[in-house]
Design a protein. Structure first.
Lengths: 402, 538
């Protein structure tokens, strides 16, 4: 807030006509745009908290205030699509498709400001528990009330699938309910069309619109899922679970990301080709793990990317410290062979896609939110220093004046 | 006894079909073209199959069929996971994947009894079941004990509970928790095992897929023979069940609709199942007089029991043989006479398996423990099954019978001998390719196939790849032209041909002579060297 006040003052003196927060230009040494790769000498025009123009060495119109940072590297604010930070409580098993993580949100905690400080500008908070615990919410770590924090609710539907009878049954039971609803709607439609044929009055006939009955609350998320309005994140624990997932999904098609906690002895490499072939998005934690019963190191995130999967990486734990170390741990994967651009994307645009916000944030591109983190050098350089963080076109951390 | 009968009928059948074929050949000129075409469709070289058929041909290896025959340098053709043909000079379709197994041995995959469910649903990584899901398992009412047997699912045998339903339930459970990527499964396959009995169900060790892994319902019904009380009540159960069945048959035969159907109340449905021949009774017993008791019970009610343990079987082997017992033994078990003052023989004997076999008992060998142990002393778990069978050989069992004790006999006990346990036409292509005698401690499994697909490859898995490394066994798409010539050469040497036709392993085929082939490693015995040069000796 302090820095914004400074900006205002500075602006007031230089260009009284321009609205302070509304229009300004960023001129940085290098921008990691994610969508268009790395831009040297980038100029980014921000209007009303949204990026409007991005280019190299663009002239800036007179009167528009400029934040000039010739030595800085800027990248989109970090997006963690899967965390329980800032909320506690432990959930049970079973299926509750109506449970929302947004109901647990508790604003005005120090943790939100601390997260902003380390460059995290968007978070996906998932509901607690196993089985089908419910709906995740996308938030920004600032705001006085829960509704101010919420960016998208629901952001995705969380599932966990384990290879056992009860877990698979939760899946099939939930989708059976959806099938029953769809059958019911189909019958209603048939009846409606029959009635329509009988109708003599032409005007009435034209005016008639089919209104399907509303689905139950525990069916609606699944309906949104299969109609493409909602994503899913499906958590698995080992390669075998994937086959059981295919077994319960059968012919059903919907957008989902596959999530797995990486650990030593994990056998997930068996399924990388199958997952890659489908172009699925995978959510991992940045970790180099050991091949089962050996000490051979494997970079599973890199292997999945090479096989064709899209990659989102979440911090290893739900602490501020883990979010601070996140960049360095991803950097470790880069040193183990993960493509650098893919790594940057895995912390910004890909998790934004998981949250269904890929067209609103996560990259430096016209139309995306002006959420940035500024560094003094390459973000994966171990000696990197964070210069500042901007969210919605406002500096919330760092000492970078306009 | 049933199996012997089956063999007889098989033999008769092959004789009959041979006779049929001869008559057909003789009669062909007199007949119209139609039957001739049928005949031609059955003959290999002109056979036309759809493109969708998947062929695998294993060529050049020594095929141990597990029925007593060894075919040297033979070919086994697999179509869509089933064995299509075994023998020499077999036509190999162009689209076949050809496994060049020259100098290697091919065996049916072993069948492991009483394996831990960990083999098919566990992973090495410990925290999988501990973290989050551990809590979940408790909360979701999913018991931590994974080794739930079918009986546990049937809550009360005395109620009219559809047992088939219970078995379906168990089969579903097993396939729903099946993990084809389990590291234990890799290790078990590396030990030469391709099927396991897990929670009373026969399962295949199939990699990458969940389909067709449950082979049957196991069909064995456990009876308690552990205490005098249990023995009495088990005998009583059979008595009541037999009486009930008599009443039931009489009621059925009378066809009187007015008469009340005999009540099943208080009748052990397991005993009914056994007496109806729908399942086999399984007992666990070791001491000679207990074994005798089971034999008598079985002979009284006319069923063939399975006896797990059978430690003192060697003492009462004749009686067990007459009762048609199938014994599951652990040849490495050592137990002295319980009391030195005892007059008669007692305790374990290394000859147990051999003596039982000689008396006509079907002998199966099981490992000392059904788990895969990653700590402690090696060689006492499932991975040492072949060594266990080797101990039976040390005690006098023939090598052929020892091989059967870990293949076809356990398959019969599990009721899946029509699918696995030997290499015969029409059975599942579950086999292993080894670099030596399957029961030898030096031998490594190089390749394991389940349903005609590679399930294990030594050179690809990190566990044994570096031990006694050998070049990869070549697998090509179709026969290479050079290979065709080579294979032709291999087929021509005057090796005794098996009987013609589809019968892959006629029991009466003499074992072909052990002629060292050019590809074989010369064995030390083959070139005896005198220790002292003759000149010096003189």
């Amino acid at each position: 807030m302090k820095s914004i006040a400074i900006c205002l003052l500075a602006l007031g003196a230089a260009a009284p006509a321009a609205l302070a927060q509304d229009v300004f230009a960023l001129r940085v040494g290098r921008a990691e745009t994610i969508s268009q790769g790395t831009l040297e000498h980038a100029v980014i025009l921000v209007e009303g908290g949204v990026i409007t123009v991005v280019g190299q060495d663009l002239p800036v119109e007179r009167g528009i205030p400029i934040v000039d940072l010739p030595d800085a590297v800027v990248m989109p604010g970090l997006v963690n699509c899967r965390t329980r930070i800032g909320v506690d409580s432990r959930g049970g098993g079973g299926a509750d498709l109506t449970a929302r993580a947004s109901a647990e949100l508790y604003p005005r905690q120090d943790v939100w400001a601390e997260l902003l400080e380390v460059g995290v500008t968007t978070l996906g908070i998932y509901p607690p528990g196993t089985g089908i615990p419910g709906l995740a919410v996308a938030v920004k770590p600032e705001g006085e009330t829960a509704s101010e924090m919420i960016v998208k609710d629901p952001a995705y539907l969380q599932f966990y699938l384990r290879s056992d009878r009860s877990s698979k049954k939760l899946f099939t039971d939930a989708f059976d309910k959806l099938d029953k609803y769809l059958e019911k709607v189909e019958k209603e439609r048939e009846k409606f069309e029959k009635d329509l044929e009988k109708e003599k009055d032409k005007e009435k006939k034209d005016a008639a619109v089919f209104k399907p009955s509303q689905p139950d609350d525990d069916v609606r998320p699944l309906l949104d899922l299969v109609t493409g309005r909602l994503n899913a994140v499906i958590g698995i624990r080992k390669a075998g679970d994937w086959l059981h997932l295919l077994d319960v999904l059968k012919e059903r098609k919907f957008e989902f990301a596959l999530q797995c906690d990486l650990r030593d002895d994990l056998d997930l490499f068996y399924i990388k080709d199958e997952v890659g072939k489908r172009g699925l998005r995978v959510i991992f934690d940045p970790r180099v793990v050991q091949h089962p019963s050996t000490r051979r190191e494997r970079n599973l995130p890199a292997e999945f990317v090479a096989a064709g999967a899209k990659l989102a990486l979440s911090p290893r734990a739900d602490s501020v410290r883990a979010h601070e170390d996140w960049l360095q741990e991803v950097g470790e994967l880069v040193r183990y062979g993960l493509d650098r651009q893919v790594a940057l994307r895995a912390m910004t645009l890909e998790p934004a896609h998981v949250l269904g916000l890929g067209d609103k944030l996560g990259s430096i591109e016209a139309g995306r939110a002006a959420n940035f983190v500024f560094y003094d050098r390459d973000p994966f350089d171990p000696a990197v220093k964070r210069l500042g963080v901007m969210i919605g076109g406002r500096f919330v951390s760092g000492d970078l004046g306009l | 006894m049933k199996t012997a009968a089956k063999h007889l009928t098989m033999k008769n059948f092959s004789l009959l079909s041979l006779f049929g074929a001869l008559t057909a050949m003789a009669a062909t000129p007199l007949w119209s073209a139609a039957p001739q075409e049928d005949e031609a469709a059955d003959a290999a070289p002109t056979e036309v199959d759809t493109d969708a058929d998947k062929y695998v041909a294993v060529i050049g290896g020594d095929i141990h069929t597990g029925t007593g025959a060894v075919l040297r340098g033979a070919t086994m053709l697999v179509r869509n996971g089933k064995i299509r043909r075994i023998g020499h000079d077999i036509y190999i379709p162009e689209a076949a994947k050809v496994v060049h197994a020259h100098g290697y041995s091919i065996y049916p995959g072993m069948v492991a009894l009483s394996a831990s469910s960990r083999i098919t649903d566990g992973t090495l990584s410990a925290d999988v079941d501990d973290v989050e899901s551990g809590i979940a398992a408790a909360e979701m009412g999913d018991g931590a004990d994974a080794d739930v047997t079918v009986e546990d699912w049937v809550e009360d045998w005395d109620q009219d509970f559809e047992t088939t339903q219970a078995f379906d339930e168990a089969a579903l459970r097993a396939s729903d928790s099946y993990d084809p990527f389990s590291s234990f499964m890799v290790l078990t396959l590396a030990a030469g095992i391709t099927s396991v009995e897990s929670s009373n169900l026969p399962l295949k060790l199939r990699r990458d897929k969940l389909d067709d892994v449950v082979m049957g319902d196991g069909g064995a019904v456990n009876f308690n023979w552990g205490s005098p009380d249990a023995r009495r009540s088990t005998a009583e159960d059979f008595k009541k069940a037999a009486a009930y069945l008599r009443e039931y048959r009489a009621w059925e035969a009378a066809g009187d609709k007015e008469a009340k159907e005999p009540s099943r109340r208080g009748i052990n449905s397991g005993a009914i199942k056994v007496l109806r021949g729908e399942g086999r009774a399984k007992f666990s017993a070791d001491v000679a007089h207990d074994l005798l008791g089971i034999a008598r019970l079985a002979q009284t009610y006319g069923f063939r029991p399975i006896i797990d343990g059978c430690r003192e079987g060697w003492i009462v082997a004749d009686e067990l043989g007459r009762a048609g017992v199938s014994a599951i033994v652990q040849p490495r078990e050592r137990r002295p006479k319980p009391d030195e003052l005892m007059v008669g023989p007692a305790g374990s004997s290394i000859e147990n398996a051999a003596i039982l076999h000689k008396s006509g008992v079907q002998v199966a060998v099981k490992a000392m423990n059904g788990n895969v142990d990653l700590s402690g002393i090696a060689g006492r778990d499932l991975l040492a099954l072949s060594i266990d069978a080797g101990f039976a050989v040390r005690g006098g069992l023939s090598e052929a019978a020892a091989l059967q004790a870990v293949t076809i006999v356990p398959a019969r006990i599990l009721g899946v001998d029509h699918l696995v346990g030997s290499l015969e036409v029409g059975k599942d292509a579950d086999f292993v390719i080894t670099d030596g005698d399957l029961l030898h401690y030096e031998t490594h499994v190089q390749l394991a196939f389940v349903l005609g697909e590679v399930a294990y490859e030594k050179n690809e898995e990190l566990y044994y790849a570096h031990i006694r490394p050998r070049p990869k066994i070549l697998i090509t798409d179709g026969l290479k032209p050079a290979e065709t010539a080579k294979d032709g050469d291999e087929a021509t040497p005057p090796v005794e041909e098996p009987a013609p036709g589809d019968d892959p392993a006629p029991e009466d085929t003499p074992k072909p002579e052990d002629e060292p082939k050019p590809g074989d490693d010369p064995k030390p015995e083959d070139e005896p060297k005198p220790e002292v040069p003759p000149a010096q000796a003189a």
